[in-house]
Design a protein around this ligand. Structure first.
Ligand SMILES: C[S@@+](CC[C@H](N)C(=O)[O-])C[C@H]1O[C@@H](n2cnc3c(N)ncnc32)[C@H](O)[C@@H]1O
Length: 196
């Protein structure tokens, strides 16, 4: 990569994050406590969750704008004021969310599995992601991870198992409402962790 290309790539990330900061301004207060769903797809799960938990503020993000648009239509039909869908990358969100904002729960449901070894670096669930999410998670906050890809599940178990900020926990699933991908999967694996 030439230095000028690197500069323009970094500038692009900065611009994108600045735009996200503005989008989040009216949505996310400085001390808000939120349920955060990463890779919310069409927003099916979080809409059902928000309906069942009217007192909880819920923010779902996804990088695919068409999916976020569909999620947003669901939200409007359901008239749920406490629910928000935003087009955003997970790392961008973590870098611009107000520092006083607290996650009460983090939901990662059927993340892209990136099955080829050379693509594993694209997986969402990494030690770095867990550390950056932990910075926003209140003590006792739960992280819910579900996938139909067993190798990814085993890797997630290992990463959580050796992470200083999260502890594997027994715990009920917050709401059994199958996601779009869950309906297509013959089976799935679930992991619950608690913020230490
Ligand atoms: C396999 S789909 C699962 C969607 C939904 N959770 C479900 O279970 O039906 C994974 C979703 O994660 C989104 N995604 C992938 N990487 C992401 C990232 N870095 N930040 C936010 N969303 C991401 C994709 O656009 C896609 O909608």
């Amino acid at each position: 990569l030439r230095p000028s290309d690197l500069r323009s790539r970094l500038q692009h990330i900065d611009d994108r994050r600045e735009a996200l900061r503005s989008t989040l301004g009216p949505i996310l207060g400085h001390a808000d406590r939120i349920v955060w769903e990463v890779g919310c797809g069409h927003g099916h799960y979080l809409t059902a969750y928000a309906k069942a938990h009217p007192g909880e503020k819920c923010v779902g993000i996804d990088i695919a704008s068409d999916r976020v648009a569909r999620a947003e239509r669901k939200r409007q039909r359901a008239r749920l004021e406490q629910l928000h869908f935003v087009r955003a990358d997970a790392e961008d969100f973590l870098s611009v969310a107000p520092p006083g904002c607290r996650f009460t729960a983090v939901l990662i449901l059927f993340p892209d599995p990136w099955p080829k070894r050379r693509h594993h670096k694209n997986r969402l669930m990494t030690a770095g992601f867990l550390s950056r999410s932990a910075a926003f998670a209140e003590a006792g906050a739960r992280l819910y991870f579900r996938t139909d890809h067993e190798p990814y599940f085993r890797e997630a178990e290992a990463i959580v198992g050796s992470h200083p900020d999260w502890l594997r926990a027994d715990g009920a699933w917050p709401l059994e409402e199958p996601t779009v991908f869950e309906r297509r999967a013959p089976r799935h694996f679930s992991l619950v962790a608690a913020r230490r």
